[in-house]
Design a protein around this ligand. Structure first.
Ligand SMILES: Cc1cc2nc3c(=O)[nH]c(=O)nc-3n(C[C@H](O)[C@H](O)[C@H](O)COP(=O)(O)OP(=O)(O)OC[C@H]3O[C@@H](n4cnc5c(N)ncnc54)[C@H](O)[C@@H]3O)c2cc1C
Length: 418
């Protein structure tokens, strides 16, 4: 049992996973979350087998199964819904753990419940926003503002982890000249809506091309036989100034229908799905440039605070969870906390920086752009447009480079032994 005292700023997917992980390893931890009453915000998120493995080893496998959908297949299609490439996902692809598509808010709720049950309410403090920190010898003094009373409080810790998302205050203090996130000149319109299951009920589809596409997948089963589906319409907006990223900003249905109202697929009536969506949220496609260090003495970064990335390949949530496990292992196996944070940084940062840059290149979906360029009016047989070899080259390279291949995920030792 280590006698460390860790403070985590941010009770999102990464911060809560870290709290559960440190607790499992016997390390004292407290989470400070800016939002007073975290509600089930967001729409769909994907957890890849690498992240699901870690949550399963934290005893949350059954809860995930009951909440999300085990995705079995990914279809890449053109804008007419014609199939370009299909691949197996999760268990079907040979992983020992499924890929789960799940409502982000429900996932956060599930993690919050586990943190409260295991660590107690006294170790999950909400309505407290980190506003600064100061390293003083072998302590960190962390400053929090209380959202209700407006008063400030200073909390002392051995280690501070900034898991406070894309607008991380911890990162901002470490990199004060960094500025706003980098806008990729595309907007994402996202919603979750009840609908009839499509393509067997466990398939994720990405259809369209670089400048306009839709990502759609089921995230929960309903008792009435319907599914809750998540859809994201993504569109190039080359002349638009970047709006401030806000996960809760709504957009008018008409704007989405104007751009995507003509997209009818044999397997999904998209205009109808858009029409029936209760709330549609707008979010710019953003990331940040990789940084040269996450760990500075007794302070480090995790999840989106460390590596905000474009959502290509659905990696952000999973990688935040793996960060949490790698950091836990470093703290368990390294006596000096400063050296432990350095080890975590050296282990995780190069791979995450690589994913940030790779995701800017469109990842496996590059095949869709190729199909659009070569056959803008559709095709009779995809083999006449893109060869099998070309397709395999595009799709396979991303998975291997990111260390997400079946062998690596299945055979690596556990980060934290129980
Ligand atoms: C409200 C919300 C909705 C989202 N919806 C989606 C979605 O639908 N689909 C998707 O793929 N991804 C979504 N994301 C992003 C996704 O959760 C992350 O990309 C990924 O899970 C990595 O998680 P994270 O814990 O690093 O960051 P996040 O999940 O963003 O969590 C960061 C947490 O830190 C808190 N915080 C911020 N600043 C401070 C501060 N100064 N002090 C203390 N706490 C602070 C935030 O309130 C938040 O709870 C959403 C994020 C948020 C915050």
């Amino acid at each position: 049992m280590k006698t460390l005292n860790v403070i985590v700023a941010g009770g999102g997917i990464g911060g809560l996973s870290l709290a559960l992980s440190l607790h499992q390893a016997g390390i004292a931890v407290r989470v400070y979350e800016a939002v007073r009453d975290p509600g089930p915000l967001g729409v769909g998120i994907n957890l890849q087998p690498t992240g699901v493995r870690e949550l399963t080893e934290l005893g949350l496998g059954t809860a995930l199964e009951e909440t999300g959908i085990a995705t079995r297949r990914l279809n890449l299609c053109n804008k007419f819904g014609q199939l370009i490439h299909a691949e197996c996902r999760g268990l079907e692809a040979g992983y020992r753990w499924p890929q789960f598509s799940i409502h982000r808010g429900e996932l956060q709720r599930l993690l919050l419940r586990a943190v409260r049950d295991r660590l107690g309410d006294q170790n999950l403090l909400t309505g407290l926003k980190l506003t600064g920190f100061e390293q003083n010898g072998n302590r960190v003094n962390v400053l929090f503002a209380d959202s209700q009373s407006g008063s400030d409080q200073i909390v002392k810790a051995d280690i501070l982890v900034g898991a406070d998302g894309i607008h991380s205050a911890v990162r901002n203090q470490l990199f004060p000249t960094e500025g706003a996130p980098r806008f990729a000149k595309q907007m994402l319109w996202r919603a979750a809506v009840e609908a009839e299951p499509f393509l067997g009920g466990q398939t994720m589809v990405i259809a369209g091309h670089f400048h306009q596409r839709i990502i759609v997948y089921p995230i929960a089963r309903r008792r009435n036989g319907k599914t809750l589906i998540n859809w994201i319409c993504q569109k190039t907006v080359s002349d638009q100034a970047p709006p401030r990223e806000d996960w809760n900003r709504r957009v008018a249905k008409e704007e989405v229908q104007t751009a995507f109202g003509g997209w009818q697929f044999p397997w999904l009536d998209l205009p109808r799905v858009i029409e029936q969506s209760p709330d549609i949220y707008e979010f710019p496609l953003v990331d940040r440039d990789p940084v040269a260090a996450w760990s500075f003495g007794r302070v480090t970064l995790l999840g989106d605070a460390a590596h905000p990335m474009q959502p290509i390949g659905g990696q952000a949530g999973s990688q935040a969870i793996v960060d949490a496990r790698a950091l836990t292992r470093a703290l368990v196996e390294t006596d000096d906390p400063v050296a432990a944070l350095g080890r975590y940084d050296a282990e995780r940062r190069p791979a995450m920086n690589d994913i940030i840059l790779r995701n800017r290149n469109f990842g496996p979906e590059a095949a869709m752009q190729l199909a659009e360029e070569r056959a803008p009016n559709g095709f009779a047989r995809i083999e006449e447009v893109i060869s099998r070899q070309e397709l395999d080259g595009i799709v396979g390279s991303f998975t291997r480079a990111a260390g997400l291949d079946v062998e690596t995920v299945n055979n690596r030792p556990s980060y934290v032994s129980k």
